[in-house]
Design a protein around this ligand. Structure first.
Ligand code: CP3
Length: 345
């Protein structure tokens, strides 16, 4: 039996050390696919839940208890630090974050101030309580990366093509860099709060960065994600970096300074290992929609991922993006057991 998160299969795999079994967790493992989550959230707005430590602890624990996953992820949202510094925004059910006054000029960008631990004392409280309750199971802290946060702030809500975001990036590069600079400080501050309170690893979600080309990533995004990873380098915690549709960017996501590169389902894991190169672990990458198919299909696809993962220096099993709300929790329970057993053989 392990008794410290440091000995856990999850942290060992992130550090590319030998493991007794492949560790598993699922992006959005807490959420609407769980009846016990829906019951707790009844009548409680999303951002209220995120600011209530008792609810954060309970919702974070639900999938750990139900599935026996190898890591917990803090129940929160990427827009929580923005709300905490005074941005007028809400999370609308079925839509996502909606910003009352989209940021389109220097004055609005300059109003974004750095985050102080006192702005999110409920996060500190929740993380401290969770690390106690979790014992040897590691807690993953997380934040949205500057590009993805910028997209919500500039568009005013979810966006398919990120038109306004790209218009600013290409047309007003000075304003773009000023905005990214501020978001970098906020993201770094938010991650430091979670690590100071006891989180064992962090994941930086740049969910929508797959919308840019490698050259543009290098010019407009990488300097900021690098600053975030460099800013955490002395803390000796694994840094995971994930985005959707990032097949052409996988090498750059690693170059930005991540220890673990998250892969969506579009690139087979052995090919992802080739693109990312040596010295990094991989996380992924079952298409979340596969879980809507019969178990036999899930088992075959998960087995294929484990085979391909032999080409990676370390592997954390996950989905290629978040659990879909219509997923049967029993499929996730079975998948967790399957990965544990098949990888231990
Ligand atoms: O993974 C987990 O279990 C931890 C919880 C988590 C949430 N949001 C809870 C949540 C995490 C890691 C996030 C991050 C997040 N939020 C991202 C990056 C991850 C990704 O999916 O790419 C993004 C892009 C957001 C923005 C956001 N917040 C979206 C797109 C949505 C979904 C809107 C909807 O209702 O379909 C949210 C709301 C949200 N965040 C929910 C949850 C559980 C659903 C709200 C609800 O249950 O009412």
């Amino acid at each position: 039996m392990t008794s410290e998160p440091a000995d856990s299969a999850f942290l060992r795999a992130c550090r590319r050390r030998p493991v007794s079994h492949t560790p598993v967790w699922f992006m959005r493992q807490a959420g609407r696919s769980l009846p016990e989550y829906r019951a707790l959230r009844e009548g409680v707005p999303m951002l209220t839940a995120c600011a209530t430590p008792d609810l954060v602890v309970e919702i974070t624990m639900q999938p750990v208890r139900r599935y026996g996953v190898d890591a917990a992820i803090l129940f929160s949202d990427i827009v929580v630090p923005l709300k905490a510094i005074g941005v007028d925004l809400d999370i609308k059910p079925g839509i996502g974050p909606v910003v009352a006054e989209p940021i389109r000029d220097a004055k609005a960008a300059e109003a974004l101030r750095p985050i102080e631990p006192g702005d999110v004392s409920y996060i500190t409280e929740a993380v401290q309580a969770l690390t106690k309750e979790l014992g040897a199971t590691p807690l993953i802290g997380f934040a949205g990366a500057p590009f993805t946060l910028a997209s919500y702030l500039i568009e005013g809500g979810p966006s398919k093509n990120h038109d306004h975001t790209k218009a600013m990036m290409y047309g007003e590069p000075g304003l773009w860099h000023a905005l990214m600079d501020r978001l970098t400080e906020i993201t770094l501050g938010f991650l430091r709060v979670q690590l100071a309170a006891g989180a064992s690893a962090v994941q930086l979600f740049d969910s929508w960065v797959g919308a840019v080309s490698p050259d543009d990533y290098r010019e407009f995004v990488l300097p900021y994600t690098s600053r975030i990873f460099d800013g955490l380098a002395g803390l000796d915690v694994p840094r995971i970096h994930f985005g959707v549709g990032t097949g052409e960017l996988l090498g750059l996501l690693g170059e930005a300074g991540a220890d673990v590169v998250g892969v969506d389902w579009r690139v087979p894991l052995d090919e992802a290992a080739r693109r990312v190169g040596p010295g990094k672990a991989l996380q992924g990458n079952l298409d979340p929609a596969i879980l809507l198919a019969p178990w036999e299909v899930v088992e075959r696809r998960a087995g294929d991922i484990l085979t391909r993962a032999a080409k990676a220096e370390g592997h954390v099993f996950n989905l290629g993006h978040g659990v879909l709300p219509g997923t049967d929790p029993d499929q996730l329970a079975r998948l967790t057991d399957f990965v544990h057993e098949a990888s231990a053989r």
